[in-house]
Design a binder for this molecule. Structure first.
Ligand code: ITT
Length: 227
């Protein structure tokens, strides 16, 4: 499939301030002018999909139609193996109307205790992000990124947002809540594009942004010249 290049202005179709900051930081080096759904007063569409992909599309398409500009959305979540992939696409809802992620993390931990998941081996998890850009004419581009790790208790660190303090990515001893923004999601040369969102974004940048370096599906730099 031909990818479409993103030029000019884009709406960042999220109402989550933590995500908005990361999405702005990811876009910043590419010279794309970004406005947020909040700044434009856009309504939050109902996420009726049953997959990350479906919900990312719902958000991007709703914002593209409402603004007649290309719109960039993320649907993401924490999937814990021992909980059958929960909270998964319902990760935001586990925070309740108050968006209380201390409570959501406590609920993850409480459920893990009911299945005796005490060792790192039994506490494997992954963060998933599907990034979608939708254009007003109906064209859509979609990219998925995953980072595997373990969920720890008690939560560690107060950086990031959502479930960051309870997630330790594979190969690291510190949680996302203990990492700087650069460590969690900056792309090379500043960082190594560690997070699920950064991994999805590297694929998006390679396909849709000017100056995006070619990458393989696991987020690694592709060898050889760009084709
Ligand atoms: P929008 O739909 O407006 O973008 P949202 O928070 O409702 O905001 P999602 O439906 O995609 O977005 O829910 C994703 C939830 O998963 C989010 O609220 C966090 O709790 C969690 N999550 C996703 N990415 C995360 C990250 O990088 N660090 C910590 N938690 C994350």
């Amino acid at each position: 499939m031909e990818h479409r290049r993103l030029t000019g202005r884009v709406v960042i179709a999220t109402h989550n301030p933590g995500k908005l900051k990361e999405m702005q930081e990811l876009l910043a080096p590419y010279g794309v002018e970004a406005v947020s759904a909040g700044d434009l007063g856009l309504a939050e569409p109902e996420e009726t999909g049953t997959t990350f992909s479906a919900n990312a599309r719902i958000k991007a398409e709703a914002a593209a139609q409402a603004t007649q500009m290309p719109a960039f959305a993320d649907d993401s979540g924490l999937c814990v193996d021992a909980l059958g992939g929960q909270p998964g696409i319902y990760s935001a809802r586990w925070g309740g109307a108050e968006k209380d992620f201390q409570m959501a993390m406590e609920n993850v931990q409480a459920l893990l205790l009911t299945v005796d998941a005490l060792t790192a081996e039994k506490r494997k998890a992954k963060f998933v992000s599907v990034l979608c850009i939708a254009w007003p004419d109906g064209h859509v581009e979609e990219f998925e990124g995953v980072v595997t790790g373990t969920v720890v208790w008690p939560p560690r660190g107060d950086r990031g947002f959502g479930y960051d303090p309870m997630f330790v990515p594979e190969g690291f001893s510190r949680s996302f809540g203990e990492m700087s923004a650069e460590e969690k999601h900056a792309l090379p040369p500043l960082g190594r594009g560690l997070s699920h969102r950064a991994r999805a974004f590297r694929l998006l940048a390679a396909a849709c942004l000017e100056g995006g370096a070619p990458v393989t599906a696991d987020g690694q730099e592709a060898e050889g010249p760009a084709v």
